[in-house]
Design a protein around this ligand. Structure first.
Ligand code: GLN
Length: 485
């Protein structure tokens, strides 16, 4: 087995025992990138020189006997909407094509403090709006399991890079499913943490009340390790939760005896592909055989989830993206006649179609004539959806659903039909609306050999339980399977 194929946990053990150095590992990952990147296109920017320097520093510290973090020396890829000081952060938009942040996001400070090695910045849908990474201004990313198919989105680069072993782990962001959905399509593990568990400081805002940064990896343990590095209170983010954050990888244990799992009937009905459904139900059966107690539950407002998600997220996006006006940062149109014309031309030329669609939709639902009819109703539904989850969690410990209704679709298949594209988020958006944590873990493949994802949803701050359940399943069945590249 090559170094780039191993898990962060294995590599960390090997580095501790001095069987391998971080420089050797980092070189192995960059060799892999050179070999498969022309086929996958997961990266927008590579950071090889700095990565090797960082790896060398870790190796020196280790040689000097310094106590290091578990993830010291591990190569990590970063979604391109997370601010990295001195390293371009484009959000895969023409608007920020040449933007170099003067500061680090809080998660980046944590990544660096833990001695992790940043391989580069990963492709995404422009400003995290999309479900396939086809909305990137630069290029689409391809699914490592079938290069004619999308890797999911918006964190498509983050999932594809990990699946293709172009990074050991990665960071993504999830506003309506953007970590879990690509993790499912690419056959890797992705965790969307509880809202407030990970600082959003330095994450380029899409919908601030829903956005959350989270980890992707090939194993549940790797995801637990990375989540333990990035979570925690941050005074730079007013929505960051002040509490004790346990070490999730130290607490990881197998076993689901007595765990009550709820299957919401609304998530297994119309529109869910048969093979996906049976993949997920088989996974639940495997947990049942280990002592979990499974029962059917109902989350009746699921039908309204997509409309309320697209109203709330677009409303917030229209306000958040007002800052890209050609004055403060990023792109400015070359020719214009006065200030208003400069704004208009800059925004018309700098944003792609999907971003413009969201800004228009968001501005519309917030306008005085329509606010009550749309935005206010969506916020009411948000409360109802949250209440339904709270009620469900008084009865069960965990809710299991498919992560996505189907496996990965073909590049170009949904690009002309935004509503079809939005429909892929049907199983993931309620989690963000209610601020809950959820994990996607690979649970087998369909007849075309495309990965299926099991989504486990928990009450607020039950990440440990979610990880333990996913870990139990992974031990039973084996999660990640290597794509042929
Ligand atoms: N696909 C959803 C959207 O386009 C989710 C995006 C996300 O989670 N960033 O809004």
């Amino acid at each position: 087995m090559e170094l780039f194929e191993k898990s962060a946990y294995e590599l960390s053990q090997m580095m501790k025992k001095k069987e391998v150095s971080s420089v050797e590992l980092t070189k192995s990952v960059f060799e892999r990138i050179r070999a498969v990147e022309p086929k996958i296109d997961a990266y927008v920017t590579l950071n090889e020189e700095n990565a090797l320097k960082a790896a060398e520093e870790v190796d020196v510290k280790r040689a000097e006997g310094e106590e290091l973090s578990e993830l010291a020396g591990i190569p990590i890829g970063i979604k391109d909407n997370i601010s990295t000081k001195g390293l371009k952060t484009t959000c895969s938009s023409k608007m920020l094509e040449n933007y170099v942040p003067p500061f680090n996001a809080t998660v980046m400070n944590r990544v660096y403090e833990n001695g992790m090695v940043v391989t580069g910045k990963l492709n995404m849908d422009e400003f995290a709006m999309g479900s396939s990474t086809e909305n990137s201004y630069f290029k689409p990313t391809r699914n490592p399991h079938d290069a004619d198919r999308i890797p999911g989105g918006s964190s498509g680069g983050s999932a594809a890079a990990v699946a293709a072993c172009e990074a050991i782990v990665s960071l993504g962001s999830d506003t309506g499913g953007s970590i879990r959905q690509p993790a499912s399509y690419c056959g890797v593990v992705g965790l969307k943490p509880t809202y407030g568990a990970v600082s959003r400081y330095g994450l380029v805002a899409f919908a601030s009340s829903l956005d959350q940064i989270g980890p992707l990896g090939r194993t549940v343990r790797d995801v637990a390790m990375l989540q333990s590095v990035i979570n925690g209170h941050d005074r730079m983010d007013a929505t960051s939760a002040y509490r004790n954050y346990a070490d999730l990888s130290a607490g990881l244990k197998s076993g689901v005896d007595g765990l009550k799992i709820g299957l919401p009937k609304e998530y297994f009905g119309k529109g869910i592909d048969d093979e996906v459904k049976s993949g997920v139900l088989n996974a639940v059966k495997a947990l049942e055989a280990q002592g979990a107690v499974v029962k059917e539950i109902s989350l009746p407002s699921a039908d309204y989830a997509l409309s309320s998600y697209y109203i709330i997220s677009s409303a917030e996006a229209s306000s958040n993206l007002a800052r890209f006006d050609g004055v403060r940062y990023g792109f400015r149109a070359e020719e214009y006649d006065g200030l208003t014309d400069m704004y208009e031309k800059t925004r018309s030329e700098g944003f792609g179609d999907e971003v413009k669609r969201r800004i228009m939709l968001g501005t519309f639902v917030l306008s005085s004539g329509f606010y009550d009819a749309y935005y206010k109703k969506a916020k009411l539904l948000q409360r109802r959806i949250s209440e339904e989850f709270s009620q469900a969690f008084s009865d069960v410990d965990i809710i299991a659903t498919p992560t996505v209704p189907t496996t990965a679709f073909r590049i170009g298949e949904n690009t002309d039909d935004p509503l079809k594209m939005y429909a892929t988020d049907i199983c993931t958006v309620t989690v963000n609306i209610a601020g809950l944590p959820a994990i996607s873990v690979p649970c087998g493949k369909d007849s075309r050999k495309l990965p299926i994802g099991l989504q486990l949803i928990g009450g607020k701050f039950t990440e440990q339980r979610l990880l333990n359940t996913a870990y139990t399943y992974e031990q039973l069945v084996g999660g990640f399977s290597m794509p042929e590249l």
